[in-house]
Design a protein around this ligand. Structure first.
Ligand code: SF4
Length: 301
């Protein structure tokens, strides 16, 4: 939640103000010139519109009087490429954990190695219908495609308000604007492009718990077009990223061998990934881990 007065984020005290500002409430209400009757009438009008969703109820109280203000926003329809479902997360920081997958349709890249090509069938669902399918306090992965083509931070807050911790899997070409630190959100950037395209990432990603995930292929197997789509075959390629963008210095780095149907190629990619983990371990201070796509090994979608 964002405090109505100081505009800073705060967590769950069931009012529109952070604890600090709550202590100064009568003064704040005077300063803000909140006219509660007008605010409630405006909210009532908004509630009559189709496709609106309540994102929180706020209690305003001062001088012994209390008013409940509902905060509503226009409902957003999201396009998904598969139904929301529970699975075992296979990669990155949540590997091995049970997680709800929200797979958003559409991508701004066209990677030759993509394992989630559009299947043509798109499911359109209002955001609150999606959130209703996810139990409170469970983990959610917002992925795609490229989820940031559709999502903005307001949408992510709807999941946070449901008590979910959220992992966003992005290719790092689009900004997720947030002017404040966001607790409960892990941003996993898996570059599918050259470092030049990273400039689109407008905000400072260190504000999130950010991880980097690089896809690795054996040096003899990788093709020039694949290099333009973020496939890595040497530790030096990753070091280029890490030194070009100083904030990356603080991110855990996951090294993920590209899954191949051919077993020999697959093993070659795993060997290359292990070599990169070893080389980076020697040259880089932050955490470096091997990330195999365990959902593919255990055969779950
Ligand atoms: S960025 Fe990801 S989803 Fe988009 S085409 Fe590339 S691999 Fe597929």
């Amino acid at each position: 939640m964002i405090c109505l007065n100081c505009k800073k984020p705060y967590i769950g005290n069931h009012s529109a103000f952070c604890n600090e500002c709550c202590d100064k409430l009568p003064m704040i209400l005077t300063d803000l010139k909140i006219e509660r009757d007008k605010a409630q009438a405006a909210v009532a009008r908004l509630r009559e519109l189709p496709d609106t969703v309540c994102i929180g109820k706020y209690t305003l109280s001062a001088r012994g009087k209390t008013a409940i203000i509902e905060c509503v926003m226009k409902q957003k329809i999201l396009k998904l490429s598969e139904p929301v479902h529970w699975t075992i997360s296979g990669e990155g920081p949540t590997a091995g954990k049970g997680i709800w997958i929200v797979r958003l349709s559409g991508c701004n890249r066209n990677c030759p190695h993509c394992d989630q090509p559009e299947k043509g069938k798109i499911i359109e669902l209002p955001l609150d219908e999606i959130v209703k399918q996810i139990p409170q306090y469970d983990s959610v992965m917002l992925t795609g495609g490229e989820p940031l083509l559709q999502l903005d931070m307001t949408d992510v807050w709807v999941f946070l308000n449901n008590g979910n911790d959220v992992q966003i899997e992005t290719n790092g070409t689009l900004p997720l604007k947030a002017e404040y630190p966001v607790h409960g959100v892990t941003l996993v950037i898996s570059p599918k492009h050259t470092p030049l395209m990273m400039s689109g990432f407008g905000t400072d990603p260190r504000k999130f718990l950010t991880c980097l995930k690089f896809l690795v292929k054996d040096d003899d197997l990788v093709t020039p077009p694949e290099r333009d789509y973020g496939i890595i075959s040497k530790a030096e390629h990753i070091l280029t990223w890490l030194t070009l963008f100083p904030w990356m210095k603080y991110c855990p780095v996951y090294i993920q061998p590209l899954w191949e149907l051919n077993r020999c190629y697959r093993q070659a990619n795993v060997r290359q990934a292990i070599k990169i983990v070893r080389d980076l371990d020697l040259k880089w201070d932050s955490e470096v881990r091997l990330s195999v796509q365990i959902h593919k090994f255990i055969g779950v979608p």
